[in-house]
Every structure is written in structure tokens, then in C-alpha cells.
Design a protein around this ligand. Structure first.
Ligand code: MN
Length: 134
């Protein structure tokens, strides 16, 4: 058993993975045969991930604010607290805040044998974010 007290610093989401200011609090990390990675991700208004995929898929659960998400070729969808989204393994997608609202979600996934949680692609353009492309 290992107790981790509330001592882990909030991390800034790296610019190669995100557009805009994003802050990440670690909830659970893989260790040995435990493959789950979970983070509480805080998006400022207009901030979003780049396009990316997860080897074993991902569930996000919105806890605050208003957000947007999209899978490649689909419509931009509005997500709100209590909404849950599952992205299939290898499904290209992005998620983020609405233009005028913060959004926080819990992000949960299983890493692959190499410990990889995601494969990152292009940033989401303003046109894609507004639903005019992608
Ligand atoms: Mn994702």
C-alpha cells in the first residue's frame, strides 16, 4: 500500500500536445502490471489537445465547465459535467474547452506494453475547432 498525500505539483500541458494553457494533475500512474493512467486535466477557454490516438482507447469524464470533442470525420460535440466519452483504440480525436469556458475532465486510459499512452499528431486548427474542417 502506498499513500500519496496531496503533494504533487500541477504540471503545465506541453505545447507540442496542446493549444492554449492546460494544467494537469496526476491521479494514477502505471506501475508494474498496473496499466492505468489517470489525470485531471484543466483546460482554459479555447485550449484543446492536438489530434492524437490512444493504443487502448480512453475514457474522459467531464467534471467542470463546458468542452468540445471530435473524432476524425465526425462533428464537433459539446460536452458538459457528467458527460463521459470513450475514444476507441487508435481513433484519432481531440478534446478541449469551449471558447468562452473552462473545462476539466478526468482522463483515464491503459498504457501499452511500452508504457505509451498516446501518439500525437497535428495541432487542431481554429477552423477544425469551430467545426469547419477535420
Ligand atoms: Mn484523448
Amino acid at each position: 500500500m502506498q499513500v500519496t498525500t496531496n503533494s504533487i505539483e500541477t504540471k503545465v500541458g506541453p505545447g507540442e500536445w496542446f493549444t492554449g494553457a492546460v494544467y494537469i494533475d496526476l491521479v494514477a500512474e502505471p506501475a508494474g502490471s498496473f496499466r492505468i493512467s489517470a489525470n485531471s486535466v484543466h483546460f482554459t477557454p479555447g485550449a484543446r489537445t492536438a489530434w492524437h490516438t490512444h493504443p487502448h482507447g480512453q475514457t474522459i469524464y467531464v467534471t467542470e465547465g463546458v468542452g468540445r470533442c471530435q473524432h476524425r470525420g465526425g462533428p464537433v460535440e459539446i460536452i458538459r459535467p457528467g458527460d463521459r466519452v470513450f475514444f476507441e483504440p487508435g481513433e484519432e480525436h481531440w478534446h478541449g474547452a469551449a471558447p468562452d469556458r473552462f473545462m476539466t475532465h478526468l482522463a483515464m486510459l491503459e498504457v501499452d506494453d511500452d508504457g505509451t499512452s498516446a501518439t500525437w499528431g497535428e495541432h487542431v486548427t481554429d477552423e477544425e475547432y469551430d467545426g469547419n474542417g477535420g
